[in-house]
Design a protein around this ligand. Structure first.
Ligand SMILES: [Zn+2]
Length: 260
């Protein structure tokens, strides 16, 4: 059985596998240019992922606006044109992309229902009253920085469904820091290039910590066939990342996420 994935994940995976795969000449050249880093495969994978996410985001955003303005047959024609213009693909392929894009657009437009809100809240109160992103205990009453909020693990703007399997409790402060970006896309490009000063790890900005944690969750999900949400749960209450090897630069690929 396949682990649950949101419509947006399905779209991004399709774009990655069928339109941005690793066999293309441009990725090979990027790979050789990055060989000097000793981690060219990781780099290429990270760049591909960023590109597929940005592409998914742009298509969903454009589709959302078109669906708001037109009825479906007219919107379909316009959306397919956006796909052709953005991805420079043939009309016949645009239909394949459209089939995956439309459900993701609907997910992006979907709100959290009261019953879903209640079941996620009940689970958080009962079993994990801490923020899944920073580990801080959450307040279930009031609206301070530690207030309980519902966070889409795969963001709604990227086609994340508003369902139990894609929602976890996060403190208001983390939810606002994350906004509608996927955590793993928030890693500042400077730290990809330059790495970190090791002594700064304790004060690592929130968004960087999110990125290390998200990478660990993604790898765990892929390795053990979990949904992304369940992988976050398996990682447990978050703590600070640790350096894997002191022998090389401390960049995203050289940090691991520990369980407290
Ligand atoms: Zn938090």
């Amino acid at each position: 059985m396949h682990a649950y994935e949101t419509n947006g994940q399905y779209l991004a995976r399709y774009l990655l596998d069928h339109h941005l795969d690793g066999r293309g000449q441009q990725w090979n050249s990027l790979g050789s240019a990055l060989l000097v880093s000793n981690r060219s495969d990781d780099w290429v994978e990270a760049f591909q992922e960023m590109v597929s996410l940005q592409l998914a985001r742009r298509l969903i955003l454009a589709g959302d606006k078109l669906i708001e303005r037109h009825d479906l047959p007219a919107a379909e024609k316009e959306i397919k044109q956006v796909i052709i213009d953005t991805m420079m693909v043939h009309y016949t392929l645009a239909g394949d992309v459209y089939e995956r894009l439309l459900p993701a657009i609907h997910s992006a437009r979907q709100r959290i229902s009261n019953s879903v809100r209640q079941s996620v809240t009940a689970l958080a109160r009962r079993e994990m009253p801490y923020c899944y992103l920073c580990g801080t205990p959450m307040a279930f009453i009031g609206d301070g920085h530690d207030a309980f909020t519902l966070d889409h693990v795969w963001p709604r703007a990227y086609g994340g469904n508003s369902v139990f399997d894609n929602l976890l409790g996060a403190c208001r402060s983390c939810n606002e820091a994350k906004a509608s970006e996927p955590s793993w896309a928030m890693y500042p490009i400077q730290s990809y290039v330059a790495g970190f000063e090791v002594q700064d790890l304790e004060d690592m900005p929130k968004v960087m910590r999110f990125a290390v944690q998200a990478r660990a969750a993604k790898q765990l999900a892929q390795r053990e066939g979990h949904s992304l949400r369940d992988a976050y749960l398996r990682l447990g209450r978050p703590s600070h990342p640790a350096v894997v090897s002191g022998a090389t630069a401390v960049d995203l690929f050289n940090l691991e996420f520990n369980v407290r």
